[in-house]
Ligand binder design. Structure first.
Ligand code: SF4
Length: 390
């Protein structure tokens, strides 16, 4: 399905066209709406169903995470059962690119993860490997920078300026790919805070208006808040001509993942029609619940229900500027909750909880909410301004 001719009525950045299978991103093509399978990649039946469900919902491109050779074998089977353009998310092991490339149209790598794998090897050589693989197999690349996992060299060089580090990392990788003569790439700069997404993408687009941008607010959480955060970022960027493909990342049960596509198309249609939603007063100033959209790393689907219960049971604290992060796995959960006041990340039978940087332990799914509430109340009490001295 083609996207709405959204910003077609508004000037867009003159990005170059990047071909992704039968799809074109950038170069004035309709804005592509994409999503990601949240099921375990090795569960071929479930992941195929997820891909088909997203395709039926109108996805232009579907991403699948791959972290092992077994995932690659599953991917090959899934590819044979679906027709929608596929993108793959290389998680830790960039060398898997060689095995996955024959089955997909686009490969996403994270410069932060690339830095950590085979540290003795220059980043330039790893990027050259990926570009060569992509070239050989007719694939596009995405340089997917995430504020929560930026290359530590850039983080150190931009002490305290997370957005600056994210933009510098993206620009560095564009320069590396350009120097290799590889131009078939798009870039994303994501964060769970829509303000950082807007700031980072604006800065990047000012420096590289030629590079197509994939927009998204990562770990936006559940509807409706997750949609609202994303809408605010997209309204500000797309209306300024920035953005060539979008993903709305929502925490949803597997069977409802198609709602990400519906939300994305709804936002595009509204912007195209000039319908800009006003931001609810004080949105983002009170209690802020972020939760990841889930992916194949989720070890217990109870995570989705937990995220819903966290939102429901903390609603009483709405007026307090506190961030609670709920993440679906033990791999990225500890890092992705770093900036939150209270963080939860899920394992197969227990949920880990931390307050600031202090880990409080792992709790069974049916007990963690009680402990969370104790911590939330303590935080509220601590932050309450002391009464004026008599
Ligand atoms: S936090 Fe874990 S489960 Fe959630 S999207 Fe990230 S990698 Fe996937």
């Amino acid at each position: 399905m083609t996207s709405l001719h959204l910003v077609e009525r508004r000037p867009r950045n003159p990005t170059r066209a990047v071909r992704v299978g039968a799809l074109t991103i950038g170069g004035g093509a309709p804005i592509a709406v994409q999503s990601m399978a949240a099921t375990r990649t090795q569960d071929v039946a479930a992941t195929t169903r997820q891909v088909q469900l997203l395709e039926a919902a109108g996805a232009d491109l579907v991403r699948i995470a791959v972290d092992s050779r077994k995932d690659v074998e599953a991917l090959a089977e899934i590819r044979a059962r679906t027709r929608v353009p596929l993108s793959v998310d290389l998680q830790e092991n960039y060398r898997l690119a060689e095995l996955v490339a024959p089955h997909v149209d686009k490969i996403r790598y994270n410069p932060g993860h690339l830095y950590h794998h085979e540290r003795d090897k220059p980043v330039r050589d790893k990027v050259a490997f990926l570009a060569a693989v992509a070239e050989r197999h007719d694939c596009a690349l995405r340089v997917g920078v995430n504020c929560g996992s930026v290359d530590p060299v850039q983080t150190a060089a931009h002490a305290g300026d997370d957005v600056g580090a994210m933009v510098a990392s993206a620009l560095e990788h564009c320069a590396l790919l350009d120097a290799l003569g590889f131009t078939r790439y798009v870039v994303s700069l994501k964060d769970s805070d829509w303000r950082n997404v807007v700031e980072g993408n604006r800065h990047f687009a000012a420096e590289r208006p030629d590079v197509p941008l994939h927009l998204g607010v990562t770990e936006a959480g559940m509807p409706p808040d997750g949609v609202i955060k994303t809408r605010i970022a997209f309204e500000q960027l797309l209306a300024a001509g920035i953005g060539d493909t979008i993903r709305v990342s929502l925490t949803l049960p597997f069977e409802q993942k198609g709602e990400e596509i519906a939300a994305g198309r709804g936002i595009l249609a509204d912007i195209a029609a000039g319908r800009f939603r006003s931001v609810p007063p004080r949105f983002g100033e009170g209690l802020n619940i972020i939760s990841c959209p889930s992916c194949s790393r989720v070890e217990n689907e109870a995570f989705i229900e937990l995220a819903r219960q966290v939102k429901e049971q903390t609603a009483y604290a709405q007026a307090h500027a506190i961030t609670i992060a709920v993440m679906g796995c033990r791999v990225n959960g500890p890092g992705e909750t770093n900036d939150a006041d209270l963080g939860l990340w899920c394992g197969p039978v227990a949920v880990n909880l931390k307050r600031g940087a202090t880990e409080l332990g792992a709790y069974p799914y049916d007990q963690v909410l009680d402990r969370l509430r104790v911590e939330l109340d303590a935080l509220i009490a601590e932050r309450k301004p002391s009464p004026p001295a008599p």
